[in-house]
Write a protein that binds this ligand. Structure first.
Ligand SMILES: *Cc1c(COP(=O)(O)O)cnc(C)c1O
Length: 242
């Protein structure tokens, strides 16, 4: 991470204002209330000072993808922000995040579920990641396997399944993402129906749809996203030279 000096608070504020205006416009188009959508500022590769600046401007939720980087930031910032772990998570690192982040977005296999369950004192809030794009590199359970995977996760009382997460393939035109987000919404609805039948006392816990990034969050909101994960539109480009 670079030195603390280069934080341009005015630029962060204008980016946040613009993202906020776009969120509000998308909610209005979709007939949704603004408070149905939570902005998660994806701060991976960006310095603590930038997180603090956005927190000062009222952003409460931040997303990180790398365990060690998140640990360093969390140590500094303590409980002042709500953390989301959004990246691929190795089972052998699960114990470092279980219980210490508000939500893990990337649960997609039984070995990870078992590792999280082993470490938990309080319930661990998770989303089931679904591979809606069909790209192998993206991670996630196959759409056809979602309900069966849920059944295996919900058998662990240490985990609370709060919803689903997915990523559209990269595209220049955000409209290209719509079909993938619509699919995730349908899978979410199907999962809730499945849970009502097979785990009725747990079905109400399934509420969140995490989808939409800098390039496509407005389409995601129109298609029902409750959590959007926005990095570069807030912080600028990422540099992986840390
Ligand atoms: C990095 C990342 C984002 C943010 O991407 P931007 O295009 O910079 O908004 C969102 N979700 C996940 C899972 C990521 O890894």
């Amino acid at each position: 991470m670079s030195a603390s000096s280069g934080i341009d608070r005015h630029r962060l504020k204008s980016c946040l204002d613009e993202v906020e205006a776009r969120i509000q416009a998308a909610c209005a188009r979709a007939g949704r209330e603004r408070d149905e959508v939570t902005l998660i500022a994806v701060s991976k590769t960006h310095p603590i000072e930038a997180i603090e600046a956005l927190a000062d401007l009222g952003v409460s939720d931040f997303g990180e993808s790398y365990v060690q980087e998140w640990q360093e930031k969390a140590r500094e910032l303590e409980d002042s922000v709500r953390w989301h772990f959004i990246g691929g998570l190795q089972s052998n690192k699960a114990r470092f995040v279980a219980g210490d982040v508000a939500l893990i977005h990337s649960v997609d296999r039984k070995s990870l579920v078992n590792a999280l369950a082993r470490r938990s004192e309080a319930p661990v809030n998770v989303l089931l990641q679904v591979n809606i794009s069909g790209e192998r590199s993206k991670g996630g359970v196959e759409p056809e396997e979602l309900n069966a995977f849920y059944a295996s996760v919900v058998a662990s009382p240490e985990l609370r399944v709060c919803g689903v997460m997915g990523m559209a393939p990269y595209a220049d035109d955000p409209e290209d993402a719509r079909q993938y987000f619509r699919r995730l919404r349908e899978l979410f609805d199907g999962l809730v129906a499945y849970a009502r039948e097979h785990a009725p006392q747990r079905a109400d816990e399934i509420r969140e749809i995490s989808m939409g990034m800098s390039g496509d969050f407005e389409v995601a909101i129109e298609e029902g996203a409750t959590l959007i994960r926005v990095g570069s539109a807030l912080f600028g480009e990422r540099h992986y030279d840390a």
